[in-house]
Design a binder for this molecule. Structure first.
Ligand SMILES: [Ca+2]
Ligand SMILES: [Ca+2]
Length: 272
């Protein structure tokens, strides 16, 4: 009898990178057991057949900053399955939500046209860390909006991946479980973005605590539809200030999300 020593790893895919030819994924290690490495498979036929796309070199799970790259095909919808494999070759897997590879479609309305061109040109030569850097405009996710991104727009100019963005987005991009992501950048100085996803519409708040358990700041994010809030444009934003409007000091902080009956907490570091 096969005894699974591993609990399912929680997979989080970085939706922000779905719009180029490189899908990027990261996930949390198994809650129980120790992974020796991870195997990754993809399916483009809704899970009927799977293709091995590689293993991680060691037990380290990919992170938001260092995700697992998968080469995508324009217009294809991908499922990604991750197997946590322990030293005795026991495996446990988890499967991602479907995501479509839509290169050149900066604003994700399903078509590559003038608005995408405009988005790229409006953020021209802005790089990661600039206040006006825009993740959507950085189509190849290399941290700078430049000719490579414009090339993606022109290369796929006129391409229609899907029509009627809102409907399609609901079927494609609604997460099947809520999750709180790691803030970026982390450490922060002082502003930072907190990515999250919710599977049902809810009033969303994020509370930030210091290590003494005192509330530093409450971010009331309002009523949000189900979806991914993981980009610079829609993730929760914290300017690094407390409720009194003063800058917080360096140190470890805890952030806690509440969205309906979903609650989760993570740590972040403010470093000045
Ligand atoms: Ca578009
Ligand atoms: Ca770029």
């Amino acid at each position: 009898m096969l005894i699974l020593l591993l609990a399912l790893p929680a997979i989080t895919h970085a939706l922000l990178t779905d719009n180029d030819l490189k899908l990027e994924y990261y996930w949390a290690p198994p809650a129980i057991g120790i992974a020796h490495h991870y195997e990754v498979q993809t399916s483009t036929d809704n899970g009927v057949s799977w293709t091995n796309v590689g293993n991680t070199p060691n037990s380290s799970a990919p992170t938001f900053d260092n995700p697992f790259p998968i080469t995508g095909i324009a217009g294809k919808t991908y499922l990604v399955k991750v197997f946590a494999v322990d030293a005795n070759n026991n495996k446990a897997s988890a499967t991602s939500d479907p995501v479509m590879c839509t290169p050149g479609d900066a604003n994700r309305d399903g078509q590559v046209e003038l608005t995408d061109f405009t988005l790229v040109s409006r953020h021209w030569l802005r790089s990661y860390g600039d206040p006006s850097y825009n993740l959507s405009a950085d189509l190849n996710d290399d941290g700078v909006v430049n000719i490579d991104d414009l090339t993606l727009v022109t290369l796929y100019w006129g391409r229609v991946y899907y029509n009627g963005a809102p409907d399609r987005q609901n079927t494609i991009f609604v997460p099947n479980q809520p999750q709180l992501g790691q803030n970026f950048p982390n450490p922060s100085n002082p502003e930072t973005w907190i990515p999250y996803q919710i599977s049902r519409e809810a009033q969303v708040t994020i509370e930030i605590y210091n290590t003494n358990g005192q509330i530093v700041r409450i971010l009331n994010l309002g009523f949000k539809p189900a979806g991914y809030y993981v980009t610079l444009n829609n993730a929760a934003y914290w300017d690094g200030k407390n409720e009194a409007g003063e800058e917080t000091s360096s140190g470890v902080y805890l952030y806690v999300i509440s969205a309906g009956d979903f609650h989760a907490a993570r740590k972040m570091i403010v470093l000045k």
